[in-house]
Ligand binder design. Structure first.
Ligand SMILES: [Fe+2]
Ligand SMILES: [Fe+2]
Length: 308
């Protein structure tokens, strides 16, 4: 069988700047090639094949942590469709209609496509991390590729393909904002954006079930199971980096959330999933207090409107 590693390198190695010979065998460069791939199916296949090869007994991935890889233009590789628009321009429809469910499934497929890119970006971009960091994020990328393939197949059941509806670019924007610091990346992407998926998943799943779409609901089950692992990986590396820089994780988190304008987290929170994903009790208590405050404010506002 042809090496996936050389296959992933073959298309683009000519135009990827290679600072040394190490780059020609560096798995992080192969991962960057997958990130640059524009075709979503080819990207997903390349990522899953790379991960499978990294798991093979005979291969010991050469991550070359010492290698700083220059940033190529045009990241990430993505198809011409879907067009990217402002979030407020996206349509919202009831999930009780097939069209509404298609729009939802498409939005989820877009999240997973972005999630592949986010995980790949963590692998190639940040030097000087332990091998386990790169292996973890390649594993995450492979699982995101699996999620994308499940949703793509489900969209096909409804007669649609990824690219049929507009989408927004919020996830990749956070990736770019945190591209200069691996600690900020770990703080803001897995611990905020992916963790938000843990909260969002159960209510979406319930509405799909209610609408009788058991197959889509089953995909949500797989995604939630895996996403707990992704957030756990994010928490692990966030704490590792805090420890190695002599930072208190809670104080570091507050400072980074402010510096990088983390989106405000809103309940209801999936405390059970967040606990399994490695958030500690102090972090969960903070979220619970915030949720209680938000709910009290919402209740007051409803009462005020009903008295007007
Ligand atoms: Fe995912
Ligand atoms: Fe994920």
């Amino acid at each position: 069988m042809k090496s996936v590693f050389s296959a992933a390198n073959a298309n683009t190695s000519a135009d990827v700047p290679t600072p040394s010979d190490a780059a020609s065998t560096c798995w992080r460069v192969a991962v960057l090639d997958a990130l640059r791939e524009c075709d979503p199916v080819a990207k997903a296949d390349a990522v899953r094949a790379l991960h499978a090869q990294s798991q093979a007994q005979a291969s010991a991935p050469r991550w070359e942590p010492q290698l700083g890889i220059p940033t190529p233009a045009g990241l990430p590789g993505r198809p011409a469709d879907p067009p990217l628009v402002e979030p407020r321009e996206l349509q919202r429809r009831s999930m009780s209609t097939p069209q509404g469910r298609v729009v939802l499934l498409h939005a989820l497929a877009h999240i997973e496509f972005n999630a592949i890119n986010l995980a790949l970006d963590a692998v190639w971009r940040f030097p000087a991390m332990p091998d386990a960091f790169y292996a973890d994020w390649l594993k995450v990328a492979a699982e995101e590729a699996y999620h994308f393939s499940l949703l793509r197949a489900r969209l096909a059941d409804y007669g649609h393909v990824y690219g049929d509806f507009p989408a927004h670019n919020g996830l990749w924007e956070m990736c770019e904002r945190t591209s200069a610091d691996v600690l900020a990346r770990m703080a803001l992407v897995p611990r905020v954006l992916e963790a938000r998926g843990l909260d969002a998943s159960p209510p979406i799943r319930a509405r799909l079930k209610q609408a009788g779409d058991d197959e889509s609901a089953a995909i949500l089950d797989i995604i939630l199971r895996d996403e707990v692992g992704h957030v756990r990986i994010g928490n692990h590396w966030f704490r590792y980096l805090c420890e190695s820089r002599g930072l208190d994780p809670h104080a570091a988190w507050l400072a980074l959330a402010e510096q990088y304008h983390a989106p405000r987290m809103r309940g209801p929170f999936n405390f059970e999933a967040r606990r399994s994903a490695g958030f500690d009790e102090a972090e969960l208590d903070t979220l619970a207090a915030q949720d209680a405050t938000d709910q009290a404010a919402a209740k007051k506002s409803t009462e005020r409107h009903s008295n007007e």
